[in-house]
Design a protein around this ligand. Structure first.
Ligand SMILES: [Mn+2]
Length: 371
């Protein structure tokens, strides 16, 4: 029987202090774990699915400044009425993005945005012919997922290297990058050890194709992929064009976007949270982006004045891929170009500043997986 003695308050006090210490250790340990893993934000918190973490310190944002060689600056609505020449100034930080030969300097010509290629090298080459791509004048912008699903992932990567294309990282590119990194850290690992090893990412699949792409990848191919940033922002005095693989969180400036979200988002919930899977609810991110002008978005979400300044300018035009299920989506401020090439639909190019869409048909290589 427990009796109240002179020692009881000390024991109770001691237990409380000990409990407090243990709580703090656990809490701080978990917090420290989260700090070690920046970008480890779950897109699907509701389901408890944690998202894949990123390796190799991905570059979030690269800015490309350009000027318009036009005697008359036009509002963006009139872009199609007068062909303007873009002069791309190659900033230093782009030098390691466009392959080993960085001799572009200034180039005049068109920006040609191309949706998810997924290893479809033949269709990629046909599309280049169809748009009459001129290497010394035009600039290619590939919207990520160069690899995976299709027949010739590494041929597409090498073509991008040869053409010195600007590319943003897609979720499939990211998976191959992480597998390559895994083999760098575990050199010569045999099949048996591999099977018994606890793999570092939930989306690592020993029977998937990404492991094989990574295994057959050269150092040069890896370095090209790993240097692909999440966001490229083409900026002139009057307009801003952004290339990303999946989408942008309208409530954050470009430099504060989350890499995982930029590579994977599809929808935005009513409370403003971006989510990867449509089954999590919400609306298409592009619908949200186009629907709300900056002010109305802010007033709806009751943000403070200081927050208003930090959001992405809603007039920015965003080129993206990733959402083959929604197919071609050309809206005022967003251009969705994943038209399901690898599933037997089309590979699409959007030519700027002509605002012209060019497509080639594809026979289809991969089964359609509903998202
Ligand atoms: Mn994708």
């Amino acid at each position: 029987m427990l009796r109240f003695t002179n020692y009881t308050p000390k024991i109770l006090g001691g237990t409380l202090i000990l409990g407090f210490i243990i709580f703090n250790i656990v809490y701080n340990f978990r917090k420290a774990q989260q700090k070690i893993l920046p970008g480890a934000v779950s897109l699907n918190k509701e389901n408890g699915n944690t998202l894949t973490l990123l390796t190799n310190s991905p570059t979030l944002l690269v800015n490309v400044n350009y000027t318009l060689n036009s005697s008359k600056i036009l509002p963006s609505d009139d872009l199609s009425q007068e062909k303007r020449t873009i002069v791309i100034k190659q900033p230093n930080e782009m030098s390691n993005l466009v392959g080993e030969e960085n001799n572009l300097g200034k180039s005049e010509g068109r920006l040609i945005f191309i949706g998810d290629i997924h290893g479809c090298i033949d269709e990629f080459e046909s599309l280049l012919k169809k748009v009459e791509y001129q290497h010394n004048k035009d600039k290619l912008v590939l919207l990520g997922d160069l690899v995976g699903k299709g027949p010739s992932s590494l041929k597409v990567v090498n073509k991008a290297i040869d053409l010195q294309a600007y590319c943003v990282r897609g979720n499939h590119d990211d998976l191959v990058i992480r597998w390559y990194d895994f083999f760098q850290k575990n050199p010569g690992i045999d099949e048996k050890t591999l099977k018994n090893t606890k793999l570092p990412y939930h989306d690592f699949n020993l029977h998937g194709e990404h492991i094989n792409i990574a295994r057959s990848m050269s150092r040069k191919e890896f370095e090209f992929l790993v240097k692909m940033p999440m966001i490229i922002n083409f900026k002139s005095d009057i307009e801003s064009i952004v290339a990303v693989h999946a989408g942008l969180d309208p409530l954050k400036p470009l430099e504060d976007q989350d890499s995982n979200i930029v590579m994977r988002m599809r929808n935005i919930l009513d409370n403003g949270t971006p989510v990867e899977k449509k089954k999590n609810g919400g609306s298409s991110w592009s619908k949200v982006w186009n629907k709300f002008k900056t002010a109305s978005l802010h007033s709806q979400l009751s943000l403070s004045k200081s927050d208003k300044k930090t959001c992405v300018d809603q007039t920015t035009t965003v080129f993206y891929g990733h959402d083959a299920a929604r197919n071609l989506k050309l809206k005022d401020y967003t251009k969705g170009l994943d038209t399901g090439c690898v599933y037997g639909r089309e590979l699409s190019a959007f030519i700027y500043p002509e605002n012209k869409l060019v497509q080639v048909d594809c026979p289809g290589y991969a089964k359609v997986v509903p998202k």
